[in-house]
Design a protein around this ligand. Structure first.
Ligand code: SF4
Length: 173
């Protein structure tokens, strides 16, 4: 029995860092909660927070984040590639689910994000509104838990950055 029938593409928005690419958002045909602890055993995980729950993978370019009822993929070339990636994701989730009895589900948060992973999700404008000289310095503060996401005003207020904020929240737990 397959776990998931489909992930419907619900929204595309431009990637801020690379405006020629898009962020694709999708809605799974059923909540992913049961599958996420098994998916968290796969490689290329940046962060897993079972309390949200949220699971973020590094792609060849960009990120793939899975929530209970939402997935989003950054740095996608176009809608056609987005649809293919969502279809591939359905296959990957179903294959993992089919082999779940061979896997040890992950129930604890894991894998601290790396500095560059955090920086890549910040606005990268070095606007200094956070009183840091650069977004990289702010990223370091976030990693050391000396700063919070709310202290980056563009990230806190710009609706166009909401997906990045969600990714960072998932990374930082
Ligand atoms: S406020 Fe945000 S965008 Fe501006 S420098 Fe700080 S981290 Fe970068």
């Amino acid at each position: 029995m397959t776990f998931l029938e489909s992930i419907q593409l619900t929204q595309t928005i431009p990637c801020l860092a690379e405006p020629d690419k898009i962020i694709v958002t999708g809605r799974p045909s059923r909540p992913l909660d049961e599958a996420l602890p098994y998916l968290a055993t796969l490689p290329n995980i940046i962060s897993y927070n079972p309390d949200v729950p949220a699971l973020t993978f590094r792609r060849q370019r960009g990120f793939l984040t899975l929530y209970s009822q939402k997935v989003y993929i950054t740095k996608v070339l176009n809608v056609e590639e987005g649809l293919q990636l969502l279809a591939d994701l359905v296959d990957a989730i179903n294959a993992t689910w089919a082999h779940r009895h061979e896997l040890k589900p992950v129930t604890a948060a894991r894998r601290a994000p790396k500095l560059l992973d955090i920086w890549s999700q910040l606005p990268q404008t070095n606007c200094k509104q956070c009183d840091e000289a650069t977004c990289m310095a702010f990223a370091a503060g976030l990693l050391q838990q000396k700063r919070t996401l709310a202290e980056c005003p563009p990230l806190a207020t710009d609706a166009a950055l909401s997906e990045r904020r969600a990714t960072l929240e998932a990374m930082l737990g």
